[in-house]
Write a protein that binds this ligand. Sequence first.
Ligand code: URA
Length: 434
Amino acid sequence: MMTYFNPVELIRKKRNGGRLTDAEMEFLVAGYTQGDIPDYQFSSLLMAIYFKGMDPGETASLTRAMTGSGETLDLSDIRKPKVDKHSTGGVGDKVSLVLAPIIACCGICVPMISGRGLGHTGGTLDKLGSISGFRTDLTKRQFIHQLKKIGVALIGQTEKIAPADRKIYALRDVTATVDSIPLICASIMSKKLAEGIDGLVLDVKFGSGAFMKDYGSAMILARALVQTGKAAGIKVKAVLTDMNNPLGEYVGNSLEVMETIETLKGHGPADLIELTLVLGEEMLKLAKIKGGRRLLLEKVASGDALDKFRDIIRYQGGDTRIIDDFPHLTMARKAAMIRARSNGFVHAIDNYGIGIALIRLGGGRSRKEDKIDPACGFKINKKIGDRVKKDDVLIEIYSDNKTKATVVSEFLRSAFVIKTKPCRHKTLIREVIF
Ligand code: URA
């Protein structure tokens, strides 16, 4: 039976820099999720956590309490290693779509529960939503059935998975407590731990297109995520990656699905391929499967990974014709182009601005009830370090709405910083933490 505490005493304890015990954390999370603790008290607690932080043990117990607020998948009768990948979010990040089918071809079960776009970053569910008929709302039975049949499924968070996170995240959103490392850590890990996985590879991004703008905070988050996962008994690795550039060439839901298919056909852009391979190698290591990069490349070259992506679409009710015929994806017309105003080298890109521009174009949400236009987006022709000549096209804007395209062109005009002296782009993959 759960011990009763006085919520005011617990808020005061945290406010004064004290440490909450496992039992106290469980009481607070269960009380808030069930409606016994009101928003005003939980808001105060969140703000106290925001300012006083939490030690690794407290973060682990908050995570455990949040996972325990709902159901956890039991995948123990699937004999394969179960490993997932999670990204903290970026612009043009479609790695999950490319990586999940490749990894499933290597004998690993990938039970991927993904999210919608958050702020300026895109979401795997929104990208999948651009495939006509594709369902991400499978029941638990359908999800497990698909994992048994083809070794991979990509769905959204259900009502039953970590309901505490849904409720707490909504409250954080309106109380300026989203950007707290222990709260972000517990939020991400509570959902991942409910998947019944034994390994997780985290892509923790830093830079203008990421939530963590600087390397130092991304490193702290990565360490907290790894520690929390280990405390919960799973194997975890985090890869720190640069999000100052959009990833790949396309940003926008249908365009990113098209780029995924091209990559699975062996024609992907170098940065997307490299990140997919690095994360994939780490997943193989966690699953103790030999072969590394060579095995991953083999699965693409043989067409197996593309066939697996086709299987995922078929099992989840989507239109598989998109694999061979892009016109079956709804894609907008090219409506405008941003050109360089001078010769030089790209020194910086406002990658956050590109994410915001996609929302303005209709390809993301500014309110959670907004409907997305899957067809719009951008093609990014130049990256940091590239040489450009005056009038070279930097970004192409795809939209069927001329007014929006014009507004966004104005907005993006200053997204590229071009200077005359050369600039070397720093490496995409910075560090692996385990
Ligand atoms: N993603 C999440 O799932 N939760 C957070 O708090 C931040 C990013």
